[in-house]
Ligand binder design. Structure first.
Ligand SMILES: [Zn+2]
Length: 90
């Protein structure tokens, strides 16, 4: 899988966070990652908390760097990281 772009974009629609399935409200600056995989282009969005979790723990989460994650995996597998990021944000 190739990453075509990864940047913070203000949402123009309501989206769902790929990491934790939370709703990302309109107009929120959101990490938006576009990837190409065998001719398929897909875009996933991460809320600011999942982005923080990723920044801090990517070595644990993705030791092989293949970026192939099931929908909602941060909420399912790393709830502690999420609550830690939420605390730090306050
Ligand atoms: Zn999230």
């Amino acid at each position: 899988m190739d990453t075509l772009s990864a940047k913070i974009v203000k949402t123009r629609k309501v989206h769902t966070c790929w990491g934790c399935r939370k709703t990302i409200p309109l107009g929120t600056p959101t990490m938006t990652v576009t990837t190409a995989d065998g001719g398929m282009i897909s875009t996933v969005r991460w809320c600011c908390l999942c982005d923080k979790v990723w920044e801090k723990h990517w070595r644990d989460i993705d030791p092989f760097g293949d970026c192939d994650f099931p929908f909602g995996f941060i909420a399912d597998e790393y709830p502690d990281y999420l609550s830690e990021a939420a605390k730090e944000q306050k």
